[in-house]
Design a binder for this molecule. Structure first.
Ligand SMILES: Cc1ncc(C[n+]2csc(CCOP(=O)(O)OP(=O)(O)O)c2C)c(N)n1
Ligand SMILES: [Mg+2]
Length: 939
């Protein structure tokens, strides 16, 4: 099938949108375009003397005027042409419903369009007409044939949801001019066949050598492996040099072996389970990732990574996107065209998991753009045992993607030329428009969900059809043989050659031990490590002169920038703090942490809900011109050549947003990456990212992240959902130095904790129970000197005047300290010492013991927390610290509760007063029971 001839060569090689703009300018006034373009447009095959036929919908025009009205076609009959235009539009919008997509033939295409529904009849077929693009087919019959081929063969493209006419027009032109078909050269066909042979052979080999082992075979969708290979090739042709792939279980081993190039012997060793007992637990083979540099046939090097991922379907999506963003930032890929995220989805997962919609919604946001993600859905028309009718309410599994101005390309996975066209369209669209694109590859699943599963219990009809279906390798090899592109002997040789590789690798695999993927070393990873954290706290102090420079920068705005009158005072106060004229508050210490890192050339990225201003209106890291609304961030303009500082508001998501920053941090071990929750309470909307990635990523995959989580935490009478970041859950997951959990009490401590993320050799996530009331608490301040001299202190001892007076030691953490200190002062309770556990994990028990060593051995010991006894740090402290203390540790807390806090501010106050009094040993009558340990045990 050849494409229609071009009318004549374009005068130069412009971008299509430029040409389109010129075209509309020419329509409005032919003299407005220069001579060669005028000649070109005049030569377009429209009716002589008439303007070229218009699009069947009003296109966006440069001057904003309405599009041209339906005009006479070649036959000079405007009414007829209008009917033709409607027919064209129907093909464009609904043609995909008629495409033959299901290789099993069980999902039938819709009925052909009836000409009479458009007021047309058979007699019209031989009438001359113009198509909607003004390029002209000779007759309606020609036009219909072209539209049938374009939209209704084995490729169906959804674009009716696209109202951006520039994008849509480009797609329509691309598809209609090529009839949506790519004629493949014989060597490309052979390459695709080779991939299919490899895909099938690997699965069959695994199936026989490791009988009954789960491998989540790609069989039934082998075309996917060819698709991915072709996609990488096409992307490289567009200048892409980094491809990061995120995908679930199905076909993963095949992608690892046959696309990403993980050595087969390593994969077989994992099947043999030659595990060596190592410190970390590792992961199952079909979750492991791999990276490699591959050379394309043209000699171009491309870096391919398949991300490690958990079972949780779709939760890898934004992790991959965050990684790609970081690569783009690091390599100054400002157009975001040299690194490409490819996300591979299952049909049930794409339709079902809400994080997909979150990820799609992020795609055009400045904070998150990656220049477009290419999504590929391996649509085997079933999810475990669940049929599409029970898995989604949308026509296609791609329903959620219709929210974007992007094409959704449905393709029959057994027609490899259509698959190749789908890839071409997708890659070209992404590179040109920097938007996502979706390929829905229709296929089937030859076996059950896994290889031990019986699929005919639930899908008997489908599996009868599958059992009769020849494999894609058979079908494609036969087709190529028939057309003479390949001989039977060549196919046999391909298979034999690959089989020999499989056999050799299998032999070699017996001697290989399985180890978790090695963490990267060298380059920006040099000196960075995982594992046990040892030694003293790293140097994080900053010379006063640098602090002064940083502080001065924080308050600078460009000439003519109108600072909000109220913020002018805030900036002035910050300047004073920077000069040491008044103590530092929380926001200024944070800004100084960011600024000093930036001055030292480090990158800082903070994204969270309303983080630019700060939920509690304390940060003001980005200022808005009071007259124009233009944003300006002094942090980003401290000096030439500083590290980039990017502080952005996130979309209203926790799951996708946190996953994204985690991904970013994986690629930026030399930067400070932070994510902030609105209130810490909402972080549980991202629990999967915490459980599956942050806490366990090092143990499972040896992947290191230094992401900092800012989770506003603390009881201030704001109710059950504005009080608790669920400290207890983080502590429950704390083991093997997998992260830091802090609940610090001073701005200086916060400053050092943030800088430690970059200057410690250990790269670990940091969970900050960040404060709300302390942001403005007059006592929660630090002298500038604490930034210039000290370093992070996991424990803050109490420098009481006379240690021998102490009969009661209260251990606490976070903001409660200030309530206790105020009450102690008010009561003149000189017998009470307050020791602050600034870092709960890793717990520095020795420092705590040092802090109490000076006191009398028989002193009472209390753990005081604001949280109910079944929450907060109590269980953790009791388990890990109590056994090491010289005397019994008692608990003072709120009583156990299903909800973190009361809805009544009054009750909160009463509870807090009682709690504080009891912590200090004041035997006040209580409204509630306080022997909460006993109470907890009674239940
Ligand atoms: C978040 C999540 N929920 C449930 C599961 C269990 N699960 C594993 S595979 C699967 C079906 C997936 O179907 P689909 O997305 O169509 O992929 P396929 O297996 O068909 O390739 C389910 C429900 C999971 N892995 N992740
Ligand atoms: Mg499926």
């Amino acid at each position: 099938m050849s494409s229609p001839p071009e009318p004549q060569a374009l005068p130069s090689a412009p971008s299509l949108s430029f040409a389109e703009d010129l075209y509309y300018a020419w329509l409005a006034d032919p003299r407005s375009v220069d001579g060669s373009w005028r000649t070109y447009f005049e030569g377009l095959p429209a009716a002589p003397g008439a303007a070229p036929a218009p699009a069947s919908f009003p296109r966006r025009r440069p001057d904003g005027a309405a599009g041209p009205q339906p005009s006479a076609g070649a036959g000079g009959d405007a009414a007829f042409q209008a009917k033709v235009d409607r027919l064209v539009q129907a093909y464009r919008e609904y043609g995909h419903l008629r495409a033959n997509l299901d290789p099993l033939g069980l999902v039938r295409p819709a009925e052909p369009f009836a000409l009479d529904a458009f007021g047309l009849g058979p007699a019209d077929l031989d009438r001359p007409c113009a198509d909607a693009d003004g390029r002209g087919d000779r007759t309606l019959r020609d036009l219909v044939a072209r539209l049938e081929e374009t939209y209704c063969r084995t490729l169906g493209v959804e674009l009716a949801h696209m109202h951006d006419q520039d994008l849509r027009g480009w797609l329509e032109q691309r598809m209609e001019r090529t009839r949506n078909r790519l004629s493949l050269a014989p060597d490309v066909k052979k390459l695709l066949l080779r991939k299919i042979v490899e895909a099938e052979s690997l699965e069959q080999f695994l199936g026989t050598k490791f009988l009954g082992a789960k491998r989540f075979s790609v069989e039934g969708a082998e075309g996917f492996v060819a698709l991915l290979e072709f996609l990488v090739d096409r992307a490289v042709g567009h200048g892409v040099r980094n491809v990061v792939i995120g995908m679930a279980h199905r076909g993963r081993l095949n992608v690892l072996a046959n696309v990403v190039g993980k050595p087969l012997r390593q994969i077989f060793a994992e099947f043999r389970d030659n595990a060596i007992v190592n410190a970390t637990g590792g992961d199952v083979k079909y979750h492991l990732g791999h990276s490699t540099d591959r050379e394309t046939p043209d000699g171009v090097l491309v870096h391919l990574s398949l991300a490690f991922n958990p079972s949780h379907l779709e939760w890898i999506d934004t992790v991959v996107q965050g990684r790609v963003r970081a690569k783009q930032d690091r390599y100054h890929d400002f157009e975001r065209v040299r690194s490409l995220p490819v996300l591979v989805h299952g049909d049930a997962a794409f339709a079902g998991q809400g994080i997909v919609a979150e990820a799609l919604n992020m795609s055009q946001l400045e904070a998150y753009g990656v220049g477009g993600t290419i999504h590929v859905i391996v649509n085997n028309q079933v999810g475990f045992t669940t049929s599409p009718r029970d898995a989604r309410s949308t026509t296609y599994c791609t329903g959620p993607a219709r929210m974007l101005q992007i094409p959704i390309i449905h393709v029959n996975g057994e027609d490899l030329e259509a698959v190749a066209q789908a890839v071409l369209l997708a890659a070209d669209f992404r590179q040109r428009f920097h938007r996502d694109v979706v390929i829905d590859l229709w296929a089937y699943r030859r076996h059950g969900h896994n290889e031990g599963d019986e699929p005919s219990f639930t899908q008997p009809v489908m599996y009868r059809a599958i059992s009769k279906r020849p494999t894609l390798r058979q079908l494609y090899a036969e087709a190529l043989e028939r057309e003479g592109s390949v001989t039977r002997a060549e196919v046999d040789a391909m298979a034999a050659e690959y089989r020999a590789r499989l056999d050799a690798a299998y032999q070699a695999s017996a001697q290989i031990a399985v180890q978790p993927g090695a963490q990267e070393a060298g380059g920006f990873w040099a000196g960075i490590k995982g594992g046990a954290i040892t030694g003293p706290e790293p140097e994080t102090a900053v010379a006063e002169a640098v602090l002064a420079q940083a502080a001065a920068g924080l308050t600078q705005v460009p000439q003519g920038f109108h600072v909000h009158p109220k913020l002018a005072k805030v900036l002035e106060a910050r300047a004073e703090m920077g000069r040491g004229a008044r103590p530092l508050d929380w926001a200024t210490a944070e800004a100084l942490a960011f600024a000093t890192l930036a001055l030292e050339g480090r990158r800082v990225r903070l994204v969270g809900q309303d983080s630019r201003r700060g939920t509690f209106s304390h940060r003001h890291a980005v200022l808005y011109d009071h007259q124009t609304g233009t944003p300006y961030s002094p942090l980003a303009h401290l000096r030439e050549g500083q590290g980039a500082v990017e502080i952005r508001d996130s979309l209203l998501s926790e799951a996708a947003a946190l996953g994204y920053e985690y991904g970013y941090s994986l690629e930026m071990p030399d930067a400070l990456t932070l994510w902030e929750a609105q209130f810490g309470d909402f972080v549980n909307a991202a629990q999967v990212i915490i459980d599956q990635f942050l806490s366990s990523g090092e143990a499972k995959w040896n992947r290191l992240s230094g992401l900092a989580l800012l989770l506003p935490h603390g009881m201030e009478g704001q109710g059950p959902e504005h009080s608790s970041a669920r400290l207890e859950r983080f502590l429950e997951l704390s083991v093997d130095d997998n992260w830091y959990v802090v609940n610090v009490t001073t701005p200086a401590q916060y400053f050092h904790a943030l800088r430690r993320q970059v200057y410690s050799p250990w790269r670990k996530p940091l969970v900050v129970m960040s404060p709300k009331s302390l942001l403005r608490h007059p006592k929660a301040v630090s002298p500038l000197g604490e930034l210039a001299e000290a370093r992070f202190r996991p424990v803050i001892a109490d420098p009481v005047a006379d240690p021998s007076e102490i009969t009661r030691v209260v251990l606490c953490s976070g903001k409660l300290y200030f309530d206790l200190a105020a009450a102690r002062e008010a009561q003149g309770a000189r017998h009470v010492a307050l020791i602050r556990l600034e870092q709960l994990y890793p717990l520095h028990a020795d420092d705590i013991l040092d802090a109490i060593a000076a006191f009398q051995p028989g002193a009472e010991m209390v753990w005081a927390q604001e949280e109910p006894s079944n929450m907060g740090a109590w269980d953790y402290v009791d388990l890990h610290l109590s056994p090491r203390l010289p005397s019994r540790l008692d608990l003072v807390s709120r009583p156990p509760s299903a909800s973190p806090a009361s809805g009544s501010a009054t009750r909160h106050k009463l509870e807090q007063q009682q709690l504080v009094a009891e912590a200090l040993g004041d035997p006040v009558p209580r409204i509630h029971r306080t022997d909460t340990r006993a109470a907890a045990h009674e239940h």
